[in-house]
Design a protein around this ligand. Structure first.
Ligand code: BDR
Ligand code: CA
Length: 313
């Protein structure tokens, strides 16, 4: 039986691949997609999600826009990485569908309440919408099987020396999710930096011979140039689809239970995830933390899913 999931995201090049992986693998039932401000403004991340779902051939998956800014403070978008549109690279112009006329937290509530069984939430952007759902609709929390989020790191950050973008963007939201008592899995930079979109990956997308394959190749080519310019990386890490892969096939990611806290007050470290891997604090683990990735299996999963989606040249 396919696992029912909702993806909360801020597309974003790697969010786009996360959506394609979820849409292209029959082991998941994509109940809905909710959007949050992060990589770009809410208006842009919502349009991008609608575009990607249309390209994937699943335009009927409901989409709802959520929070336009973090719970506390102002939004800083990642235009240096994802461009002015949030999905720079390919020409994605063309008609898009419309988002549902309800807030993301309300769409999540409805989908969870109506699912007839527990639902997994996969978050690939700042955790603002997820935190809001947990606080505003506690009645559906028991029906959430678990939250799997891309964010944080057991090591260093990418937005500040110790802070990763999704957590730095909304530390309070991440704190709410990590303290919720729900089963939580954290997919941090320490594993996502192993999944690199190399020239072979880009060639693999092109070899599909489909419009979607070309679009993925163009997305990754832009992403590569941004990572080269900003971080000096030879190849860009494709973070977000690993959170989807971890739900699809848990053997792809190795996790350990650990206490995870979010630094909310540090002068230099606000938004850092403080992961007690060696269990020195005596605190009770509140998350399964990814520490290993089967890189080859991950790419197989992703390429197979994208290859299945669009057969049109
Ligand atoms: C995360 O930040 C965003 O730019 C990516 O989409 C990913 O979710 C990586 O730090
Ligand atoms: Ca993202």
């Amino acid at each position: 039986m396919a696992e029912p999931v909702i993806i909360d995201c801020d597309p974003g090049h790697d969010d786009a691949l996360a959506l394609l992986l979820a849409a292209g693998d029959q082991r998941l039932r994509l109940l809905g997609v909710t959007t949050v401000a992060g990589n770009q403004t809410l208006e842009k991340t919502t349009r991008n999600a609608l575009r990607i779902l249309a390209l994937a051939g699943v335009p009927d998956v409901p989409v709802a826009a959520g929070c336009a800014r973090p719970l506390v403070g102002e939004l800083t978008v990642a235009e240096d990485i994802h461009g002015a549109s949030g999905l720079d690279g390919p020409d994605l112009d063309g008609p898009v569908g419309e988002a549902a006329g309800v807030h993301a937290a309300e769409l999540m509530r409805r989908l969870i309440a109506g699912a007839g069984g527990p639902v997994t939430l996969i978050a690939t952007g700042p955790l603002t919408n997820v935190a809001l759902l947990l606080r505003a609709h506690p009645e559906v929390v028991p029906r959430v099987r678990r939250v799997v989020f891309m964010g944080g790191s057991t090591e260093r950050g990418n937005t500040t020396p110790y802070g990763e973008f999704n957590i730095v963007t909304d530390p309070e939201a991440a704190d709410i999710v990590l303290r919720s008592g729900l089963p939580v899995t954290m997919i941090g930079l320490n594993v996502t930096h192993q999944a690199l979109a190399t020239e072979e990956v880009i060639a693999g997308f092109l070899a599909m011979g489909t419009r979607l394959g070309v679009i993925c190749a163009e997305l990754m080519t832009f992403f590569a140039s941004a990572y080269r310019r900003v971080f000096g990386f030879e190849h860009p890490p494709v973070h977000d689809p690993i959170a989807v892969a971890a739900v699809l096939d848990p053997s792809i990611v190795r996790t350990v239970a650990a206490p995870v806290a979010v630094e909310l007050a540090g002068a230099y470290t606000r938004g850092a995830t403080v992961v007690d891997l060696h269990r020195r604090t005596g605190r009770t683990p509140n998350a399964e933390v990814a520490v290993g990735l089967d890189v080859a299996a991950f790419w197989r999963l992703l390429m197979d899913a994208v290859g299945r989606l669009d057969q049109a040249p």
